[in-house]
Ligand binder design. Structure first.
Ligand code: ADP
Ligand code: MG
Length: 653
């Protein structure tokens, strides 16, 4: 008979022993050697260390020592360090609200001491020598050591063999330990780290000079820890919500979001290069990761995982870092405001077309940004790089939609009910005109490519698919359909959003009836969607009605897409509508619908473009947000530098 089937009976209620309490707490704090590493490195950082050295044996299971050159502990404080609920970091609940240190639960060392053999050597600057505290006996004796602290943890889980069985191979445990230090190291470029395993130096990240500034030291550390590719394939940004911009007053709860977001191209199958920090503390947080992922919504599709290192700085009173025993999760007072800030910051960084940077210079080095925003000029001491780039991008966006520069490959300006009507032929004719007037010279093959044409001058079209262009760096290859699709999509979104902002009412897309309705055999789902979303369809300029119980008829399509395949368009729009229950996330669905339309509106493969049209597309790409990726997240252009071409031909230079 099993115990659980016995009828319940009274047993005395007893207080747990201190040792048992600590062991239970250890279960929450210490899962594996890496958890110990995290706690000890936390403490070393809190003690103001500038160099932290780890020595491990057997993946940390047999031995972990963490050495620092921080403040050290006074001999009378040493025994306290191992006591449960003893901490030097908070003394009152008020402190708890605004704590700025890494951890303050005051239970890590006690918990670790209860499941391993610990000793601490520490010397405060005021002391003539160091003291050693034996964790098992509480005995203290003088030893030699420079200022700082060494914590030694031997035979983890020796007293709880059941837990020891859960550990993986030494190599795996070592990898977790390194990952744990890596997370700290990315947050603290001003601290040097070294990791030794079985007497061999396995990682070393040198201390970066803080005088270089936050962005430069972070870059240096990212390059050291994650490799130069991470830097090459990511965009630096620095976003402040605190600044009043133009008419808008500064928000009441200032936030700063900064760091680097990876290019969509650099996304990976695993989410292993995603680092989020809140006030310098590494966290895994759904609000943050969702916010960043949604910033990629428009440029990264499918299951690919973006890479990023992102810092959020905010009023400590608006985030509770003490909700989780391992302090890896946080709770925000207002998670919506955090989500918005992070999404916004990352989105702005990703929107800037890379082409624009080819002439701006290396992404991070724009030290004196040409900013004429008085609100920004008031903060000369702060790092303005990100905001400046965002502004720069806004200028570009403005240019893209002014009529003088509106040379369009296929005009969809007449998409909206109120916009003046132009036939596609007229539009094309006037485009060419505009283009010739605006820039007669740079088209000539003999003149140098102008500086403000980062994507260069079109040379030819290849197989009806690619545009070949020549720029300062070498050869540019453009996927014509993919690029144009993005240009059309961004313009549709802009117009759509602008209209929604201006008039609370959503205006309808300019619709054109078909002379002969296009009918198609529809699934029951399609029929139902057409019926239940009739209104949404009207807004989008589509009229789809039942022709027979199993047949739908497309009677009108958006005027700008009149040339396309009406049935294909109707089907894809219905599919999107079915997925995005219109009441549900309307704006998103609308953007996706616009993307569907953009795909139909974009130039098809095999359409012959003349040089002027190709150049016009290149100019539009330079000025269009997110133009480095098509609407499906694939790249729209590639650069082959002269150096790469030389290498192809084994041409020494
Ligand atoms: P907490 O970090 O939450 O305060 P711990 O159990 O991790 O709890 O540490 C207890 C106390 O021991 C700390 O508050 C700190 O005063 C002291 N301490 C621990 N590690 C160090 C260190 N490396 N250098 C200086 N003091 C330390
Ligand atoms: Mg601690």
């Amino acid at each position: 008979m099993s115990a659980s089937s016995l009828p319940p009976h009274h047993r005395p209620i007893l207080a747990l022993s201190d040792a048992l309490i600590s062991q239970i707490a250890a279960g929450e704090v210490v899962e594996r050697p890496a958890s110990v590493v995290r706690e000890l490195v936390d403490n070393a950082l809190d003690a103001g260390a500038s160099q932290i050295t780890l020595r491990l044996l057997a993946g940390g299971v047999r031995l972990i020592t963490v050495e620092d050159d921080g403040l050290g502990m006074l001999p009378q404080d040493l025994p306290m360090a191992l006591r449960r609920h003893a901490t030097s970091k908070i003394a009152s609940l008020d402190d708890l609200q605004s704590v700025a240190t890494m951890g303050f639960r005051g239970e890590a060392l006690a918990a670790i001491n209860s499941i391993a053999d610990c000793c601490i050597r520490s010397r405060a600057s005021s002391q003539p020598h160091a003291f050693l505290l034996e964790g098992s006996t509480g005995e203290i004796r003088p030893v030699a050591r420079a200022q700082g602290t060494t914590v030694e943890v031997k035979e983890l889980f020796y007293s709880t063999p059941a837990r020891r069985k859960f550990l993986k191979t030494d190599a795996t445990e070592l990898a977790h330990c390194i990952e744990s230090v890596r997370r700290h190291a990315l947050a603290r470029p001003d601290v040097g780290f070294a990791i030794w395993h079985e007497g061999k130096l396995v990682e070393q990240w040198r201390r970066c000079d803080p005088a270089l500034g936050a962005a430069a030291t972070l870059d240096q550390r990212l390059a050291d820890v994650l490799g130069n590719e991470f830097l090459d394939q990511s965009i630096a940004f620095d976003w402040h919500s605190a600044r009043a911009i133009g008419e808008r007053p500064a928000p009441p709860n200032p936030m700063r979001v900064w760091g680097r977001v990876g290019l969509p191209d650099a996304a990976r199958a695993r989410a292993d290069l995603q680092f989020c920090y809140v006030n310098g503390r590494f966290v895994r947080d759904k609000v943050l990761s969702h916010a960043v992922r949604s910033a990629y919504e428009d440029v990264l599709h499918g299951q690919r995982q973006p890479v990023y290192a992102l810092h959020l700085e905010m009023n400590p009173q608006r985030v509770d870092v003490n909700v989780h025993p391992t302090k890896i999760e946080v709770r925000f007072r207002d998670s919506r405001e955090v989500h918005q800030a992070v999404r916004h910051a990352a989105e702005a960084a990703l929107a800037l077309p890379r082409a624009a940077q080819l002439t701006v210079g290396a992404p991070m080095q724009s030290d004196t940004p040409a900013v004429d925003d008085p609100a920004l000029a008031q903060h000369p001491s702060q790092d303005l790089t990100g905001s400046a780039r965002t502004l720069h991008y806004r200028d570009q966006q403005a240019i893209a939609f002014t009529p003088q520069h509106g040379h369009r490959v296929s005009d969809i300006g007449a998409l909206w009910s109120d916009a003046p009507q132009t036939s596609p032929e007229q539009a094309r004719a006037s485009d060419t005109g505009t283009f010739d007037d605006a820039a007669p010279g740079p088209n000539g093959v003999d003149t140098p490519v102008p500086d403000h044409w980062p994507l260069g001058r079109a040379l030819a079209q290849l197989h009806g698919i690619y545009i070949l262009a020549e720029n300062r760096q070498g050869l540019v290859l453009v996927d014509m359909h993919a690029a144009h699709e993005r240009v059309v999509y961004e313009r549709l979104k802009q117009q759509w959003d602008a209209q929604r902002a201006e008039t609370a009412v959503v205006r309808h897309l300019n619709s054109q009836p078909l002379l002969i309705p296009a009918t198609f055999a529809a699934t029951p789902n399609e029929v139902a969607t057409a019926h239940s979303h009739a209104q949404a369809l009207t807004v989008l300029g589509l009229e789809i009605s039942p022709f027979s119980p199993k047949t739908l008829a497309v009677r009108a399509v958006p005027a700008a897409l009149a040339q396309g395949n009406a049935v294909e368009l109707a089907r894809s729009v219905l599919a999107e509508l079915a997925q995005h229950d219109a009441s549900h996330v309307i704006e998103r669905a609308q953007h996706e619908l616009l993307a569907t339309m953009a795909c139909h509106g974009a130039v098809r493969a095999n359409r012959r473009l003349n040089l002027e049209e190709m150049n016009a597309l290149l100019r539009q790409m330079e000025a269009t947000a997110r133009s480095d990726q098509c609407n499906h997240g694939r790249p729209t252009w590639r650069q082959l530098s002269v150096r790469e071409l030389d290498a192809l031909f084994l041409r020494g230079r």
